[in-house]
Ligand binder design. Sequence first.
Ligand SMILES: [Cu+2]
Length: 281
Amino acid sequence: MILELPICFRIAQNVARRGLAPDPLVGARRALCALKYRFLHGRGSASAAVAIALLGALPLVAGSVTGQVELKDSHVASVRKGRDYSGVVVWLSPADGAPAQRADGKHARLIQKDKTFTPHVLVIETGTTVDFPNYDPIFHNAFSNFSGQLFDIGLYAPGTSKSFRFQRSGVVRIFCNIHPAMSAVILVVDTPYFTVSGADGKFEIANVTPGEYKLNVFHERASESVLQGLERRVTVGAGNLTLPPMEISESGYLPASHKNKYGKDYSNGTEDGVTYPGAAK
Ligand SMILES: [Cu+2]
């Protein structure tokens, strides 16, 4: 106890000077020290110590946001007849324009198997590295020359993987330079609060720190104006916030063919016959 007191005194001074602690655990420790010092020495402000205890020692209870989306006016059979409303991204960004979150050191995966990128829609925090493992017996070459972030990880052989770190927020449309039918979307966001809807259109963003947020929505076949019309401000408290159902119109979406990474048309029907240096025979 005696040895603790000088430490508590310094911490209490630090708390008094700064007002708040950086996180609840540190706050709790500092507040306990401050209170202990106050009672042992009869100095300092009791109200300040209590305020510190309340602000720092009581961890904020995380909230959640749930809702349901429906895709309308779609030309895609699985959506129109199968009622597949998957692939809608919903995320929360701080309403006060707080500094962007970065996820340096985090990894996510976009698998290539059966000439398909999985998942088709991947959401990551800015700074995340995406690994592109190739589980096919053929070469692939993921790239993007659309808006968002340009990248080209080159050819990679069966059973190998390449990686790329996404450092800017935005929509990155991914293609394969060998297989024109392969596509995916990586959405890079400046927040840890995001989710992707399931086939039933339901979504949940869990473990949200209570506060004011801007709710953002993305779907690859929705126009910019439709998506902007769905933005709204939400207040997250402790417990669950259920949003009213949202309809996302695909009206005006025109599927368009895309070029390869050189900006040229893909060669017709020969992709599987291509032999690459070092490819397994
Ligand atoms: Cu490919």
